[in-house]
Design a binder for this molecule. Structure first.
Ligand code: HEM
Length: 151
C-alpha cells in the first residue's frame, strides 16, 4: 500500500475528501467508520446470539444450534477486526475456548455441549478479567428467546 516513490501509505491518508449521504447529512468516511458498532455493541449482539445458541443446543435443535455457532464465530472474529487490541486474545478464544462447543454442536452431543458450555462461561469471564471488564460477569442465561421455536 505504501507508494515506493512518495513513501505515502494510502491507508493512512484521511478519507475526508469522500462524502457519503445518510439521508440527513453528509458524512466523511472516517465519521461513518466511527459510527460503526464498538466492542460494547458487538458484545451485546454476541451475547444475544450466544443465548440463542444455548437454548437451541439444549433443545437439541441442532440445525439452529449450528447456525448460531457459525454466525457467532463470524461476529466474534469481526469484533477483533474492528478492535485489533483484542485480536490475539480472540484468536486464542476461538481456537481453544470456543472450539469444544463448536465440536459438540457438530457432533449433536448435548452432554458434550453442556460440559463445553460451563468451560466457555469460565473462559468468557477470564477474558473479561484480562481486559479490565471483570465486572461484566457472564452467566448462563435462564430466559429462552420467545421469538424462535426450538421445539
Ligand atoms: C461468547 C463469548 C462472549 C460473550 C457471551 C460475551 C459477553 C459480553 C457481554 C454481555 C458484554 C457486555 C455488553 C454490553 O451490554 O455492553 C461484554 C463486554 C465485553 N467483552 Fe465480552 N463476551 C464474550 C467474549 C469475549 C472475549 C473473547 C473478549 C476478549 C477477547 C471479550 C471482551 C469484552 C470487552 C472488552 C467488553 C467491554 C466492551 C467495551 O469495553 O466496550 N468478550 N461481553
Amino acid at each position: 500500500v505504501t507508494d515506493q516513490q512518495t513513501g505515502i501509505d494510502s491507508r493512512r491518508e484521511p478519507a475526508q475528501e469522500i462524502l457519503v449521504d445518510n439521508g440527513k447529512t453528509l458524512l466523511t468516511l472516517d465519521e461513518l467508520a466511527r459510527l460503526q458498532p464498538g466492542m460494547d455493541r458487538m458484545m451485546a449482539e454476541i451475547a444475544e446470539r450466544t443465548r440463542r445458541l444455548y437454548f437451541a443446543a439444549t433443545a437439541e435443535a441442532w440445525p439452529a444450534a449450528d447456525y448460531f455457532c457459525r454466525t457467532l464465530t463470524k461476529h466474534l472474529a469481526a469484533s477483533a477486526v474492528a478492535r485489533p487490541k483484542y485480536a490475539d486474545a480472540m484468536a486464542i478464544f476461538l481456537e481453544q475456548d470456543y472450539a469444544p462447543l463448536r465440536q459438540a454442536v457438530l457432533a449433536k452431543d448435548k452432554a458434550g455441549f453442556l460440559a463445553a458450555w460451563d468451560q466457555l462461561v469460565d473462559r468468557v469471564n477470564h477474558w473479561h478479567d484480562e481486559f479490565g471488564v471483570g465486572y461484566l460477569r457472564y452467566r448462563t442465561p435462564t430466559d429462552p428467546p420467545s421469538d424462535l421455536d426450538f421445539s
